[in-house]
Design a binder for this molecule. Structure first.
Ligand code: ATP
Ligand code: MG
Length: 870
């Protein structure tokens, strides 16, 4: 069965069971501080499990892109070495939100696997939770009894808390689970040892394919469990593993999901998959990682130096390094795999197809820059090897190479072992641990449980219409971090505060109770679809109503920049072309930043045109036309621009100003004339094929021009209030250049005269023409004089000195013949004489200079020079 059919059969099976099919959510997370990437199918639905919002459908099915490379679920180091863990994989799932529970979940899973997919019952095992004394939980007999109706009891195994109790994190919804495992070994192998004994033992042909999670508890901050009012089903089946079973192969990499990519790697590298272990590992690593990196870029997460971007950069670098070491690829090649990938997966995930060129460019540039790093690292490593006296390179040196230059440690170890040297691995681990401890201490955060005051499922946002509202606190919790100390997070029944999102910063403001007690709201953010207000203190009277007031200055200036961002987006697509896509934006009160795909620098003329375009729309006084509740389909039909990698609901808000129409939840001005004026401040590159424009609006423009004007007036005054200051400045520059030229000429003449005088002053000491003298010339003058005299005599020893701007300078010239015959060295001379002027220097044996900060030592230095020729 082809992989496409495997996927569609799953979805249509559950559609028949009244599930609604939803597309995969973006993999990169925006409003969840505990997680960078979706690492399981349930993540996009967290808000439903947490009870923060109500799902439209109580039954859902999907295939979700997951990435397991950081945090609680991190499979990165396995990938390539085994045949069934990936960084990016698809998780097929069916979901019940307070609808059906264990009975249906188990029956349907069984029906799908054995009847629809036709998997032989004799290769399947299932597990149930055995209970846990720590948590005071009994064995999940309910699941056991249900399984008994489908599968013989000797194939139902009991599993411990580690394997059979699923938790999304340290806190939150959780519950027992039942896993389904397959045993795809040969009959011969099976006869030797029963599959039963290999379940959950990391055997590559006895693997878990599906996990059915029965969410029925909530884990609190103190570690205890409470029973949830609603019970949910969360299942996740590894798509690539399922394909392996259905295509009768022994490895995920032998399925049609991977073989086209592997063939392409073979062609490009001229190596064959399946011959030697090291090459195979490298090929698997690359085939896997190119998918993870390509999907992240398509979702809007570019490789970078921090956070999620850094995780992506590290994945790509791991692939480059395996190619570099085991496939002998010293030039970029991974970007060339994007083509097959997009042909292969572009139908199920059109973002890969539509952004192919950008993905290729970004990957290629990352490859190039990391290969340069590797080159540099090799040079540094060679130096370290030369300096190493015994046979072991210290952990600190290796760590520096790793930390400062990004040189991979296993590559260091490999190269050292090729040269017969050892690496102090323990020392390296120690340094690495120290660094981890430092960053953990800096980012550690303690989160208390919510204290619920009022049971109110959905918090309403009223901030589009008002900056003030009467609110009630429904829940709060304390969070403690090293950086910010204690903070309180407050949630209200309704709120006028806009939470950070869509690039726009969160609102600030205050809460006031009837007695006049005030608490400041320092920031507002969204987490799993709840609006959270940050305050340093808890209000004194938490059960009383408050007046919640948003700071209007902060809000209005942000709105001005947000609307300008939309107009800028429209201008870019009109002037540069339709290929322009938004790749990121930041909207603050004092500035805006907009990143977009475009393959060349935007010229000054184009920038002017863009600025004019936006300002024309500001002058046009376009009113805000918003529609808060449009079905997604309809919005797209009307031409609204949607951002790829953004999670949208079934209905969306559209924001229109004239012909600019976007899906947007942000805050905007009521009329474009409120923006006053738009000014571009800079244009630059962020990555290959991604440009950035920074701009200002409103008061910031006024401040910008008044500052410019202040500087201009000052310059004009300096130019004696010339009528045409630019012309006056040009005249000054020309005059300056002319004077410079004259001075150079004069100095040359002077050096010529001095040279003739000096010739007369040369002393004969032991057959050497010797002179030590202070002159009134600059460094260049001393050198000219020395070289000219040098060209006339074959046995010259000169020590010339000068004093310039309170500093001393020595120049020593020794004829090459003398250097050879008398064993003299100018470098050594200046080093020694430099001591008199409190300085140092060096150079070549026949000419060297030294600078120092003590001009009064010059005469001593001149005196001491004689010693060298005696
Ligand atoms: P394993 O023990 O094999 O690592 P898991 O217990 O981590 O699996 P779950 O978290 O229960 O797996 O995820 C649900 C399903 O997703 C698994 O049954 C498996 O089929 C699939 N899966 C999990 N991790 C990966 C991965 N790194 N690559 C591919 N598929 C995976
Ligand atoms: Mg795992």
């Amino acid at each position: 069965m082809k992989s496409q059919d495997v996927r569609s059969k799953f979805l249509s099976f559950f559609e028949d069971k009244k599930h609604s099919i939803v597309p995969s959510a973006p993999m990169v997370l925006k409003d969840d501080p505990t997680l960078m990437f979706v690492n399981a199918g349930m993540v996009p639905f967290k808000e439903y499990f947490l009870g923060n919002s109500e799902p439209k459908h109580t039954r859902i099915t999907d295939t979700q892109k997951c990435l397991r490379v950081s945090g609680k679920h991190n499979d990165l180091e396995e990938v390539g070495y085994d045949t069934y863990h990936h960084t990016l994989f698809e998780m097929l799932g069916n979901w019940s939100f307070g609808d059906y529970f264990k009975k249906e979940a188990i029956a349907w899973a069984w029906e799908l696997l054995t009847e629809v997919y036709g998997i032989d019952k004799d290769v399947l095992y299932v597990t149930v939770f055995e209970g846990s004394e720590d948590d005071g939980l009994e064995m999940d007999t309910e699941a056991y009894d249900l399984w008994k109706q489908h599968i013989s009891e000797d194939r139902i195994l009991k599993g411990n808390k580690k394997d059979n109790f699923w938790e999304m994190g340290d806190q939150g919804p959780c519950g027992p689970c039942s896993e389904i495992h397959v045993d795809i070994r040969s009959a011969e192998e099976k006869a030797k040892i029963s599959g039963k004994d290999l379940v959950n033992k990391d055997h590559p042909q006895v693997v878990e394919i599906w996990n059915l999670v029965f969410i029925q508890y909530n884990r609190k901050a103190n570690g205890s469990l409470e029973t949830l009012p609603n019970k949910h089903i969360d299942t996740g089946m590894g798509f690539e593993r399922l394909c392996m079973v259905l295509q009768g192969v022994q490895s995920n990499y032998d399925t049609d999901v991977f073989t086209p990519i592997i063939r392409e790697i073979e062609t490009i590298s001229n190596k064959t998959y399946g011959n030697t272990n090291k090459v195979d590992v490298a090929i698997r690593v690359i085939a896997d990682h190119v998918r993870a990196v390509a999907f992240s870029i398509a979702d809007g997460q570019l490789p970078s130096n921090t956070g999620a971007g850094y995780v992506i950069r590290r994945i790509l670098r791991r692939a480059v390094r395996y190619g570099f070491t085991f496939l002998d690829k010293k030039e970029p090649f991974i970007y060339r795999l994007v083509d097959v990938l997009s042909k292969r997966m572009g139908d199920a995930f059109p973002e890969i197809k539509s952004q192919k060129q950008l993905i290729e460019n970004v990957i290629k540039e990352e490859e190039q820059s990391f290969l340069r790093t590797l080159d540099q690292g090799l040079i540094l490593l060679n130096r370290i090897v030369e300096e190493t006296k015994n046979s072991t390179v210290s952990g600190e040196k290796a760590f520096e190479l790793y930390d400062t230059y990004g040189f991979p440690i296993d590559l260091t170890a490999l190269i050292l072992s090729e040269r017969g040297l050892k690496l102090d691995e323990k020392g390296f681990e120690k340094e690495l641990q120290k660094q981890k401890d430092r960053s953990r201490a800096a980012s550690e955060m303690l989160t208390d449980d919510w204290t619920i005051l009022i049971d109110d499922a959905e918090e309403e946002f009223v901030g589009y219409d008002t900056l003030e509202a009467n609110v009630k606190l429904t829940r709060y919790r304390k969070v403690t971090s090293k950086k910010e100390g204690d903070m309180y997070q407050l949630v209200f029944n309704l709120t006028p505060f806009y939470p950070e999102g869509g690039g726009q910063v969160g609102d600030k403001g205050y809460l006031e109770d009837v007695r006049g007690d005030v608490v400041y709201i320092l920031d507002t953010k969204k987490e799993n679809n709840v609006i959270i207000h940050f305050a340093k203190n808890l209000p004194k009277h938490i059960n009383e109503p408050f007046k919640a007031v948003v700071s209007d200055e902060h809000r209005n200036l942000s709105a001005s920049n947000h609307t300008a961002t939309h107009l800028l987006h429209q201008a870019l697509r009109t002037i540069l072309g339709d290929h322009v896509e938004q790749k990121g934006s930041l909207v603050k009160p004092n500035a805006l930043r907009f990143d977009f795909s475009h393959f060349a620098k935007v010229s000054p003329e184009q920038l002017q045109e863009i600025e004019d375009f936006v300002n024309a729309r500001i002058e046009g006084k376009l009113p805000l036309q918003e529609n808060r509740n449009v079905p997604m389909e309809q919005a797209l039909e009307e031409g609204a621009m949607a951002l790829f990698g953004e999670k949208y609901g079934d209905t969306v808000r559209t924001v229109r100003f004239g012909k600019s129409i976007e899906l947007c939840g942000g805050i905007h001005v009521n009329n474009t004339s409120d923006i006053w004026y738009f000014k571009i401040i800079s244009e630059s590159a962020v990555a290959a094929g991604i440009r950035r424009i920074e701009a200002i609006t409103n008061k910031a423009v006024r401040d910008f021009y008044s500052e410019n004007n202040r500087v201009y007036s000052k310059m004009k005054a300096l130019l004696n209030n010339a009528k045409e200051p630019a012309k006056a400045l040009k005249n000054l520059q020309d005059e300056n250049a002319e004077l410079k030229k004259q001075i150079e000429g004069l100095l040359k003449d002077k050096a010529g005269t001095i040279k003739n005088e000096l010739k007369q002053e040369l002393n004969d000491i032991n057959g050497i023409k010797f002179l030590a003298k202070k002159l009134d010339l600059d460094a260049g003058g001393l050198k000219d004089v020395a070289f000219e005299l040098g060209s006339q005599f074959k046995n010259l020893f000169l020590l010339l000195a000068t004093e310039q701007n309170g500093k001393a300078l020595l120049s020593c010239y020794i004829s090459k013949e003398l250097v050879a015959s008398k064993d003299l060295n100018a470098g050594q001379v200046v080093r020694e004489l430099g001591k008199h002027i409190q300085g140092g220097g060096g150079g070549q044996p026949f000419f060297a200079t030294a600078g120092g900060k003590n001009p009064s030592g010059i005469s001593d230095a001149l005196e001491a020079a004689k010693e060298f020729v005696k």
